[in-house]
Unconditional design. Structure first.
Length: 440
């Protein structure tokens, strides 16, 4: 299977790279705001045009050198962007047609030419009055291929795609395999989600920095687990609603929730140094497992800096949440030292396989009947009757029950039947969903 050719969008901050990425990308969306420095991580998607495909990469706003060597986060972002550029087949340099060529543009282009990369220059915002006067300036940067366009309004996009295909080598195209299932990493800010992501995919896909809010967008990478293609997604830290002050943070939370919607398995990462599961952790776990019916794994990170007293305190606190903890795998890890991290992917695979179980209709029905004979369920003096039960889905495991009165089967009654299944079968980490209908 041949690797797709790769194309990187580069340019100064706030020239419209992410808007252009979103215009070209059909599925992945890069966050856009009208101020500098929103994009930090490398965003990727596969773009298809005229029966050919390539990997498109959105980078952070680029300069020829870090703004300040003392700003460690910005230095890390800068290094990440340049490392990505070195590996691509084609560079699309995005300039601002309303501003013209800046000295920073010239410096960046000099470095691109030193790398020997093929370059297409895009003059964005070319629909703005007077921007056509800057086309000659961009032509003088040393690329024979200059494409004027408007990323916001979609003008000139087909010209750019044609230019990209003409500049890329013609390779044998492969059909991109859809993932067998999707895994999303959730948690509050600065608990170690990005470190875990990088460890699992064996690549620095997410920037790791010791400050909350470093990751701003959901970052996905395809990996192989037991010969199955799996999409792993790192998400921005999810704060309490009262802590969301800006529209940017609201969009970060939305990005995380969207990734949760598409996921089959959720890895909830908790900071073990705090000595407890805070309310937000519990809400995230319950929401994923009981409301969205996602398989769940809880990882307690930073075990390497947890003392014996903290470990005991954490264990005691976990007992308070047994109604959730007893149903899902809960493992202590250290992303810093790598302790127990190698066991995470096998754990993911185990949980996924449990969610794929197929149950015999007759056996499940007889199991429910036996328990109902021992402990009849009553409502308003009337006995609850199950006429039929059968499995109708996987991931989540879904069972349809036909009963005498559907409104009588509330949360506690359905928990009764879930407990029967969990006692009989290995459903560790897997939610159970019931659809209750009155028998006609």
């Amino acid at each position: 299977m041949n690797k797709l050719p790769s194309v990187a969008l580069i340019g100064r901050m706030n020239v419209g790279k992410s808007t252009l990425f979103n215009r070209l990308s059909s599925s992945v969306k890069s966050m856009t705001f009208n101020y500098s420095g929103v994009t930090r991580d490398i965003i990727r998607d596969t773009v298809s045009w005229r029966d050919r495909s390539f990997e498109l990469i959105d980078t952070a706003g680029l300069s020829s050198s870090p703004v300040s060597s003392k700003d460690l986060l910005m230095t890390k972002i800068w290094e990440n962007s340049w490392n990505s550029i070195k590996a691509v087949d084609l560079v699309v340099f995005v300039g601002d047609g309303t501003v013209g060529v800046t000295q920073e543009d010239r410096e960046v282009m000099r470095q691109i030419h030193r790398l020997g990369k093929k370059v297409i220059i895009v003059v964005n915002k070319s629909d703005v009055h007077g921007s056509d006067q800057t086309l000659f300036e961009f032509s003088a940067l040393g690329s024979g291929n200059v494409v004027p366009l408007s990323a916001e309004h979609g003008k000139g996009i087909s010209d750019l795609l044609d230019a990209i295909l003409n500049a890329l080598p013609v390779t044998e195209q492969h059909v991109e395999e859809k993932p067998h299932y999707r895994v999303v990493i959730l948690g509050r800010p600065n608990v170690g989600k990005s470190s875990l992501m990088n460890y699992l995919v064996k690549e620095e896909r997410s920037i790791v920095f010791n400050a909350p809010g470093t990751t701003r967008e959901a970052i996905s990478q395809s990996i192989v687990i037991s010969q199955e293609h799996v999409m792993v997604t790192d998400t921005p830290g999810m704060r309490r609603k009262s802590a969301i002050y800006e529209r940017l943070e609201e969009n970060m939370v939305y990005s995380s929730l969207q990734a949760l919607t598409d996921a089959h398995v959720v890895i909830l990462v908790i900071d073990g140094t705090e000595g407890t599961m805070v309310d937000q952790d519990l809400k995230l776990g319950f929401y994923a497992f009981t409301e969205r019916y996602k398989s769940l794994i809880i990882l307690i990170n930073k075990e390497d800096v947890m003392g014996e007293e903290a470990l005991e305190s954490f264990a005691d606190r976990l007992k308070e949440y047994r109604h959730l903890i007893d149903k899902v795998p809960c493992k202590k890890i250290s992303c810093l030292t790598g302790k127990n991290v190698s066991s995470v992917l096998p754990l993911v695979e185990d949980v996924w396989q449990r969610s794929q179980q197929q149950f015999n209709t007759a056996i499940i029905y007889n199991l429910f009947m036996q328990e109902l004979e021992k402990r009849p369920l009553m409502r308003n003096g009337q006995r609850l009757i199950v006429h039929d039960v059968r499995q109708v889905g996987n991931a989540p495991l879904t069972f349809c029950m036909k009963v005498n009165e559907a409104v009588w089967f509330g949360a506690s009654q359905l928990q009764f039947f879930e407990n029967i299944l969990r006692k009989k079968y290995d459903l560790y980490g897997v939610p159970v969903k019931f659809i209750v209908r009155k028998k006609q």
